[in-house]
Design a protein around this ligand. Structure first.
Ligand code: PEP
Ligand code: MN
Length: 366
C-alpha cells in the first residue's frame, strides 16, 4: 500500500459542482446552457469538444472551434470552463486557450501511453507559463484501481497540483445492471482510504445513464460515502442532445433535483447526547487492541512450531492441518453467529492472510 500523503503537494479542494452538456453542439446551445447554469449558482462549466465514441458513426464533437466557444463563455459569464482531452494535441489546444480545467475520460485513463502524452504536454506548459489547470482524472472503464492511480501519478509527476479524481462507475458485462456503468464503490473507498489527500468528485450522469437514476447515486455519494462534489451533465434542451440525451437535465431540473437534498438537517441536542457512536467506537478500539495482542501471541507460537520443524527437517506447509483448522473455525463461526454470511466471509478472508503470513514467518526461521 502506498503511504498516505504520498501526493504531498496536491490541492485538496474539489469543485462542488461542475455542470454542462455532454457535448458542445453549437455556440447558441453552449451559451444558453451556461447562462442558465451560472444564474442558478454553478461556476464551473463543462462541455465535451471531442467525443470518444465507442463505435464510429455518431457525433464525434465539434473539435477545435468549440474551444473558442468555451473561451467566449468564460469571458461572458466568468465561469471556469473545461473540456475532455484524450491526447497531446487536444491537451495542447486546451492549454493554449488557457482553459481552467480539463478532464481525462474513462477510456483514456485506461491507456497509459495517452495519459503520459497528456502529462508531457502539461509539463511543457507548466515550464513555460503560469497555467496550473485543474486536471480531473476519471476512473478507467475497467475495474482497475492501479490504472486509475497510475494516471493520477503521471499527472502529478508533471507538476500539476490541482488534481481531482472522478468516480464515474465501471463498464461490466452484466446486462442485468440498471446502471450504464456500475458504481463499484469499493474502488472509490480504496482510493479514499489509501489517499485521503486526493479530492474526489462523483459523475452520477455517466454512472446512471438515465436521469431518473441520478438522484439515488447522488444520495449514496453524499450520505453513504461522504462525497458532496458532483460533475453532472446539463443541456438546455436534453431531448435534442446529440449525445447522452437520456441522462442530461435542463439546468432548472438539475437544480430542482439537487435542492431536493436537505443538507441542513440538524440533530436536536438531546438526541446528540444519546448518540451511541462514541461509546461503540470505544468498544471497537478495545476489541481491536485485543486482536492485535492475540495476533502477536499467535505469531510467537507459529515461530516456535517453525523452529521445531526446521530442527527436525519437517515440511512447513501442511495442507491437511490448514483445511482442518479453517473448517473448524468456519463451523464455530456458523454456530456463534447463527449462520451470519459476513462472518463466514471474514473468517475465510482473514485466516488465509494469517495463514500465508505464518507460513512465510516459518520459512524465515533461522
Ligand atoms: C464525459 O464526461 O463526457 C465522458 C465521455 O465521460 P466518460 O469518460 O466518463 O465516459
Ligand atoms: Mn456524456
Amino acid at each position: 500500500m502506498l503511504q498516505n500523503n504520498y501526493f504531498m503537494h496536491i490541492n485538496t479542494q474539489a469543485p462542488k459542482l461542475i455542470a454542462g452538456p455532454c457535448a458542445a453542439e453549437s455556440f447558441k446551445q453552449l451559451k444558453e446552457t451556461a447562462i442558465d447554469l451560472k444564474n442558478r449558482g454553478c461556476n464551473w462549466f463543462r462541455a465535451g469538444v471531442w467525443k470518444p465514441r465507442t463505435r464510429p458513426g455518431g457525433f464525434e464533437g465539434i473539435g477545435a472551434p468549440a474551444i473558442q466557444w468555451l473561451m467566449e463563455i468564460c469571458k461572458e459569464t466568468g465561469m471556469k470552463v473545461g473540456c475532455e482531452v484524450a491526447n497531446y494535441r487536444q491537451c495542447k489546444l486546451a492549454m493554449d486557450a488557457s482553459l481552467d480545467f480539463i478532464w481525462i475520460g474513462a477510456r483514456t485513463t485506461s491507456d497509459p501511453f495517452a495519459v503520459q502524452e497528456i502529462a508531457d504536454c502539461l509539463m511543457e506548459d507548466n515550464n513555460n507559463t503560469i497555467v496550473n489547470p485543474t486536471v480531473i482524472i476519471k476512473n478507467p472503464s475497467a475495474v482497475d484501481y492501479d490504472l486509475w492511480l497510475g494516471a493520477i501519478e503521471r499527472i502529478y509527476n508533471a507538476g500539476i497540483t490541482n488534481i481531482v479524481a472522478c468516480f464515474r462507475g465501471f463498464k461490466t458485462y452484466n446486462s442485468k445492471s440498471k446502471y450504464r456503468n456500475e458504481p463499484i464503490w469499493d474502488v472509490l473507498l480504496r482510493l479514499r482510504t489509501e489517499h485521503p489527500e486526493i479530492p474526489v468528485i462523483v459523475d452520477p450522469s455517466h454512472i446512471a445513464g438515465s436521469r431518473e437514476l441520478i438522484p439515488e447515486i447522488i444520495e449514496a455519494a453524499k450520505y453513504e460515502y461522504g462525497i458532496d462534489n458532483f460533475m453532472i451533465e446539463s443541456h438546455c434542451n436534453p431531448s435534442e442532445a446529440l449525445t447522452d440525451a437520456k441522462q442530461q437535465f435542463t439546468p432548472k431540473d438539475m437544480f430542482d433535483m439537487l435542492d431536493g437534498f436537505d443538507d441542513n438537517v440538524t440533530i436536536p441536542e438531546q438526541e446528540e447526547n444519546l448518540n451511541p457512536i462514541p461509546s461503540l467506537r470505544d468498544k471497537i478500539d478495545e476489541i481491536d487492541f485485543k486482536l492485535v495482542d492475540l495476533l502477536y501471541e499467535r505469531m510467537c507460537v507459529c515461530k516456535e512450531i517453525g523452529k521445531y520443524k526446521k530442527e527436525h527437517g519437517k515440511v512447513i506447509y501442511d495442507g491437511n492441518r490448514w483445511n482442518e483448522l479453517l473448517s473448524k473455525l468456519l463451523n464455530h463461526g456458523i454456530e456463534i453467529s447463527e449462520n451470519d454470511e459476513s462472518l463466514f466471509y471474514l473468517i475465510n478472508k482473514i485466516w488465509s492472510e494469517i495463514h500465508s503470513v505464518s507460513i512465510s514467518e516459518q520459512m524465515n526461521v533461522k
